[in-house]
Design a protein around this ligand. Structure first.
Ligand code: NAP
Length: 446
């Protein structure tokens, strides 16, 4: 791989030279193994240790199909989906690979006894498959993680509705936590040139998800003046939701669990912050069998205290079972709860009287379509939304990085260097970077 890295670091390698580089037969990748899916049986979720299930090993370069591209990965990032994959919850991702493998001769490649994980990347195109015209070897890119076949009319207005919709590196193989990745070329987008490789790789999945969930007409359709309740406001999704609220003239009400995270929310410009640990909300009884509406009310009173008596227009939901009852309760009459996840449990309970009598709506959201992903990346490239990178690991340390995210010991996004030998490389637009440096560094506590 050294000759590929040398060509990238040289900075002036011509397209033809990139196209002529020898491709490796194998490359280093982070994997889980099919014969280990039962390794954590009987353990509680939090005891399942990604360091035991995530391997770093050489895997064979897969065949390049039509409409696809190999990318030399300079950097990637940890998403919660890698945590789910590594603890084999709620299901093992090998089921996804088997199903994808049954689709066609070409997709059979994905059904292997190992799964190369990771749904973000920044890097350089090495080679494109038949029919690719927009991208060429040498292009500096990031990739979004929507993999769709687009053969069914169902997805023609909104590519997330394609019946063969998958998240690359989670429901497909050959993901971004590796030295080389295989993507569909229409996942590729220009790398924001004022960012380092690791900064540019980090927004992808969560930025696009937050954009659809909160801003898009397919999600919350947030407007100026809305009060937006954001759970985990300095986490992966929440760090972008907070920025979208501020950027779009709304008022974020940020929920966080400690003062460090509160300080990050403030540094983004948020003013209304609830420290859920300090307030010690107890929405559920100890057995986890019943909720306490008095606690919902106490939470709602805190929100009104901060907003000057107003309720929430949109709740940005993802913790799930633990918070969903409270989220439905504190939404204003006619307001919206948008949900994209259930980190604390997917069997939600809420009091439906508060929903229907007050004409509230629950909107489900999942990743983002091609267009939404492009728009979300464009906002990063313009310096209107910023990466939320707090720390960077190497490929060999991915198990530890995933454990930190699993145990909620991180802030914002956790980056991973793949081919890039060090942090800080890859910036071409220094003027734009200088202009936004404070915000780019906000999550690093610099
Ligand atoms: P993250 O970086 O871990 O951030 C989530 C934040 O939520 C945590 O930092 C924590 O913040 C807060 N939180 C966690 N458990 C909570 C609880 N029980 N009650 C209240 N707050 C809680 O993760 P993420 O990347 O934002 O992802 C969050 C979830 O969304 C994951 O389940 C992930 O798989 C899912 N997701 C779905 C999609 C999709 O397309 N459907 C896309 C991205 C992520 P505090 O401790 O500061 O409160």
């Amino acid at each position: 791989m050294q000759h590929i890295l040398d060509a990238i670091l040289a900075g002036d390698t011509a397209t033809e030279d990139f196209a002529n580089l020898d491709l490796p037969e194998s490359y280093k990748a982070v994997t889980v193994h099919k014969d280990e899916v039962g390794m954590f049986e009987g353990l509680d979720s939090k005891e399942k240790d990604p360091r035991k299930s995530l391997h770093v090993e050489d895997v064979a370069l897969p065949e390049l199909g039509p409409g696809e591209a190999y990318v030399a990965v300079m950097a990637s990032a940890i998403n919660y989906n890698t945590v789910w994959t590594s603890i084999f919850e709620p299901v093992s991702t090998f089921g996804f690979l088997e199903r994808y493998g049954r689709l066609s001769e070409l997709t059979k490649r994905h059904d292997l006894p190992y799964h190369v994980v990771g749904s973000d990347l920044s890097g350089v195109v090495l080679k494109t498959g038949a029919g690719v015209t927009k991208w060429k070897a040498g292009d500096r890119v990031v990739a979004h993680c929507l993999s769709v076949e687009m053969e069914s009319a169902d997805g023609h207005n909104d590519s997330m509705l394609d019946p063969e919709q998958r998240i690359w590196g989670f429901e497909t193989n050959f993901g971004g936590l590796a030295e080389v990745a295989l993507v569909k070329s229409n996942q590729l987008m220009p790398k924001p040139e004022h960012l380092t490789w690791e900064e540019a790789a980090s927004p992808g999945l969560v930025n696009s998800t937050a954009y659809r969930q909160l801003v898009s007409k397919n999600g919350g359709q947030m407007k100026q003046g809305d009060n937006v309740l954001i759970w985990g406001a300095s986490g992966g999704l929440g760090g972008f939701a907070t920025q979208y609220a501020l950027n779009g003239g709304a008022t974020p009400v940020c929920v966080v669990s400690n003062e460090e995270k509160a300080a990050i929310a403030r540094s983004m410009g948020a003013e209304l912050i609830i420290n859920r640990s300090e307030e010690a909300y107890k929405f559920w009884n100890d057995e986890g069998t019943a909720q306490d509406p008095k606690e919902w009310k106490r939470f709602g009173a805190k929100i009104r205290e901060l907003t000057g008596g107003e309720d929430i227009d949109i709740v940005f939901e993802h913790p799930g079972r633990e918070t969903f009852g409270a989220s439905v309760y504190v939404t204003r009459k006619g307001g919206t709860i948008t949900t994209c996840a259930s980190t604390s449990g997917y069997m939600h309970e809420y009091d439906n009287r508060y929903l229907w009598m007050n004409l509230k709506r629950i909107i489900s959201s999942h990743f983002a379509n091609y267009r939404e992903s492009w728009e979300a990346n464009r906002l990063i490239a313009q310096g209107k939304i910023h990466p939320t990178l707090s720390r960077t690991y190497t490929l060999d340390q991915v198990g530890q990085a995933a454990l930190d995210v699993h145990h909620n010991k991180h802030q914002g996004k956790v980056g991973v260097l793949a081919l890039s030998p060090e942090e800080g490389l890859g910036v071409l637009n220094h003027e734009l970077r200088e202009k936004h440096l404070t915000k780019i560094n906000a999550f690093r506590g610099i």
